[in-house]
Design a protein. Structure first.
Length: 172
């Protein structure tokens, strides 16, 4: 079980950043929300031929949020699916190093899809402190920053993908 704070900045991107070379990791995820306020999420994450399952609780917030993650079994994950308030969403994630930009950080880039018309890409950078997050200068390919938009979270997307995409298009 991981308990702590999640400190991250989020950015809209056009596609996976080819200029970063080969990803450090590629994973396929399915996630759904038992609750969007407070956030209670289940997620499966497949890397290669190994799949892990988590139950996650998150507080409200933007840059910094309290987060509790609990490893669960595949059976427990499947038992929780009928409790979801939203359908499972697919995410393809590629993790890259930002060392070429002078940072010892990882960039998690995600392709998200709930159906053919509500697909988008976004990236996240996680930090050890708020000070580190605030001093980060985003590379140019990280387009619009989404960090300070509390209505542009994955739980908002899962709750109403059409409204999420509409709100996203207003800030681009």
């Amino acid at each position: 079980m991981a308990i702590g704070f999640e400190i991250e900045r989020k950015f809209l991107i056009d596609a996976f950043p080819e200029q970063l070379g080969e990803p450090l990791e590629v994973s396929e995820m399915k996630q759904g929300y038992i609750s969007t306020s407070p956030t209670v999420r289940i997620r499966s994450k497949k890397v290669g031929d190994k799949t892990g399952y988590k139950l996650c609780f998150k507080s409200s917030g933007t840059l910094e949020r309290r987060e509790v993650e609990i490893d669960i079994t595949e059976e427990k994950f499947n038992e929780l699916i009928p409790l979801l308030n939203t359908p499972l969403v697919f995410k393809l994630q590629k993790v890259y190093s930002l060392e070429n930009y002078g940072y010892n950080l990882k960039l998690e880039c995600n392709f998200v899809s709930s159906d053919d018309k509500n697909e988008f890409y976004y990236a996240e950078v996680e930090f050890d402190s708020v000070k580190e997050a605030e001093s980060f200068t985003a590379p140019e390919f990280l387009k619009t920053e989404l960090t300070d938009y509390p209505n542009l979270t994955m739980s908002s997307y899962c709750k109403d993908a059409d409204a999420f995409i509409k709100a996203l298009s207003k800030i681009i």
